[in-house]
Design a protein around this ligand. Structure first.
Ligand code: SF4
Ligand code: SF4
Length: 470
């Protein structure tokens, strides 16, 4: 399969423009793993729009991004239109939230999210009319828009990193003067098993991805644009290739299929061979990384005047009757989502929001789809089976494969000793929570789960200490 795919590139040699636009060397990062991809269930299923009608309860948590949560800007009983802002904040690191339907604000209360947290949420009853807010107006182009206006459009559209991180995009695109950015990478790797939404949007909307990248290049002038795709997505590569070839300053980088190739630090290394310093951000390596769906959201906000109201979600697993890629309105409950898609064909023993490596298991499907939801897995008991933990055999596999260059067994020992200071000294905060160590461990030690828990505690302590110094 791989050899045939490479042959396609040899065909591209006859076209100098296409050759210019495709980086053909094997780009990758150090270490990593090769989990079973499990994408065959949905990778060929086109994106379908799922709609529900009048009377549905839509839930909009006011924290769907990294940074300061929003506060509701509507009150109980008020009528809202599709695309109307319902939450915002004056803070810079924040992204507003919009209603994805028209209807009535039924309540403002704390509601559970996939993370298990109770978050202040605006509850809207859908009137089924999808009446649009008058602020939604298309534009013919962006040539006459300044960098500042484009950043405002992106901010007001509530765009955040849709790959899972949820960092507000206008903040990412505003690096300080002492951190010059020369490379913008569009992340089309989608290395998590089972998930196929990025693959589908690359196949179905390649022109919008490249146009969205051009908008970002206008905001960061002088940077080069790179669309990075793993080599297990030949159809997406074929779709993107002509648009990258005809766009000056944009190239297509085919990167090796390996997990976690889509993680920011690993992708930056694969494309530029630069390392993001410990505790640093991609801009410390002169880079900005944005997911393909984020770039399409930028295109939609600029050209169609539409804020972020929909998300493409992979619905898969052995318990789902119709696995596929579905475009759903933000605020839709996961339970409604699976019903709209045709329901279950077997009992779901485990429900995971996100991929199997980095996602979170949920115990209540009443949680809403938010900006960072990329997939929901409904796994049968056979698929969800976790082998029992055994004693560590000191094989070193977790160390050999950790993409962050850490010693997971050492961090795990720090966790067992409840020694947070030692955990930090062993660079536990540099863990990217990829789960590779747990996956590869022959003794099936729950390394990543334990490390993730303590890392989050230590990060919270660090944030508290920083607040105290302000
Ligand atoms: S220690 Fe962290 S970064 Fe390293 S493999 Fe485990 S989860 Fe991934
Ligand atoms: S991979 Fe598992 S068994 Fe091997 S050293 Fe790490 S924790 Fe121990």
């Amino acid at each position: 399969m791989r050899a045939r795919f490479c042959h396609n590139y040899r065909i591209g040699r006859s076209n100098p423009a296409a050759r210019k636009a495709v980086t053909r060397v094997a780009l990758t990062f150090k270490r990593g793993i090769h989990p079973k991809e499990q994408k065959q269930y949905t990778e060929d299923v086109p994106i379908n729009l799922l709609s529900h009608g009048e009377g549905s309860e839509m839930v909009y948590p006011m924290a769907q991004h990294l940074g300061v949560p929003c506060e509701p800007v509507v009150s109980v009983g008020s009528r809202v239109l599709q695309g109307q802002k319902i939450g915002d904040s004056l803070a810079f690191v924040c992204a507003p939230i919009h209603s994805s339907v028209s209807g009535t604000v039924k309540d403002i209360r704390r509601h559970m999210t996939a993370s298990g947290n109770m978050v202040k949420s605006v509850i809207i009853e859908d009137d089924g009319k999808l009446e649009q807010h008058p602020d939604i107006r298309p534009r013919s182009g962006f040539d006459d828009l300044s960098r500042e206006v484009l950043l405002t459009v992106i901010r007001e559209a509530g765009i955040v990193g849709l790959g899972g991180a949820g960092f507000p995009t206008h903040v990412k695109l505003s690096p300080p003067p002492d951190k010059p950015v020369d490379t913008i990478i569009v992340n089309g790797c989608e290395c998590e098993p089972y998930l196929t939404t990025d693959n589908r949007v690359m196949i179905e909307e390649p022109d919008r991805i490249v146009l969205g990248l051009r908008i970002m290049l206008k905001i960061i002038p002088g940077a080069r644009g790179v669309v990075a795709v793993e080599d297990n997505k030949p159809e997406a590569i074929r779709a993107l290739r002509p648009f990258c070839a005809e766009t000056p300053g944009v190239e297509l980088a085919v990167v090796k299929t390996k997990y976690p190739q889509g993680a920011e630090r690993q992708l930056i290394y694969a494309v530029t061979k630069r390392e993001v310093p410990s505790g640093g951000l991609p801009m410390d390596a002169g880079c900005i990384v944005n997911n393909v769906d984020t770039v399409i959201a930028i295109h939609r906000a600029v050209f169609r005047g539409r804020p972020l109201m929909r998300k493409v979600v992979t619905l898969t697993g052995g318990a789902v009757k119709n696995p596929g890629n579905y475009k759903v309105r933000l605020g839709t409950k996961v339970g409604d989502l699976v019903e709209m898609a045709g329901g279950f064909c077997a009992e779901a023993a485990k429900v995971v929001v996100g991929g199997p490596m980095m996602g979170v298991a949920i115990f209540d499907i009443d949680v809403p789809v938010v900006k960072t939801t990329s997939g929901v897995l409904f796994l049968t008991s056979e698929e969800a089976r976790i082998p029992p933990e055994r004693a560590c055999i000191r094989c070193g596999q977790c160390v050999t494969h950790c993409p962050a260059g850490l010693v997971p067994i050492e961090l795990y020992t720090d966790v067992l000793r409840e020694d947070g200071a030692r955990f930090v000294r062993h660079h536990g905060l540099d863990c990217i929570e990829c789960g590779s160590c747990s996956y590869i461990c022959p003794a099936k030690r729950r390394l990543a789960q334990a490390i993730r828990t303590v890392r989050r505690v230590e990060l919270a302590k660090k944030a508290e200490a920083a607040k105290g110094r302000e």
